[in-house]
Design a protein around this ligand. Structure first.
Ligand SMILES: [Zn+2]
Length: 211
């Protein structure tokens, strides 16, 4: 494709045409329109493409979210006018005695077209939770899961290594629960240091050996 002679020829013609007008876009377009008018050939034009305003793509996932994941009726004004909108969002989250101001430049969230009230659904909640973790510098659910997988451990093995319940680890990995900071630091230590993992696997595990 790079050395296509037809493409090369078109580029050469375009360059020569552009050079005749000193690369002045307005002059180039005026001349092309003049050629179009004076030619007897038929020209085909596509309709102008409009810029999308709210970036809520009509993907199957978005359609499914609209259809199933939140009620159509606004909880505030009662109008049946809820639809997905993308907007800037900010909130304050308290965690272990600290307040974190969490800002999301573009959050996709159900919003009432009538009174503009928003309703945080599961998907938006996950996004806010992820933004909070970034803000508070805590590992994300994906980082925890991927780190565990790199260690070659299943949920049960990793939970046992950390000394937490498997259900707790699952909640961290799915984002249903945010780990305490002390746990986050412990997780980081285990995910980064094979020595720490080896220590936990040997010395600190209850052993059947007796001396
Ligand atoms: Zn409303």
């Amino acid at each position: 494709m790079r050395n296509d002679p037809i493409v090369e020829e078109i580029r050469r013609i375009r360059r020569e045409h552009s050079d005749r007008f000193g690369a002045d876009l307005r002059a180039i377009c005026d001349d092309l329109r003049r050629q179009e008018r004076e030619s007897s050939r038929e020209f085909v034009a596509s309709p102008p493409r409009r810029a999308k305003i709210a970036t809520v793509a009509a993907t199957p996932a978005a359609d499914e979210r609209i259809a199933t994941e939140f009620p159509k009726r606004c909880g505030k004004c009662g109008q049946k006018a809820m639809r997905l909108a993308t907007l800037p969002y900010a909130t304050t989250i308290e965690h272990e005695g600290c307040s974190y101001r969490v800002r999301i430049p573009s959050l996709t969230v159900p919003q009432c077209g009538h009174c503009q009230a928003i309703s945080i659904d599961d998907e938006a909640d996950r996004e806010i939770s992820a933004a909070f973790r970034r803000c508070a510098r805590l590992l994300t659910p994906d980082e925890i899961r991927q780190g565990r997988e790199r260690l070659g451990m299943n949920e049960q093995q990793f939970a046992s290594l950390l000394g937490v319940g498997e259900a707790t680890l699952l909640r961290w990995e799915t984002g249903a629960q945010i780990q305490q900071r002390a746990m986050d630091r412990f997780l980081r230590l285990c995910l980064r240091s094979p020595t720490a993992v080896q220590l936990l696997l040997s010395d600190f595990q209850p052993s059947a050996r007796s001396t």
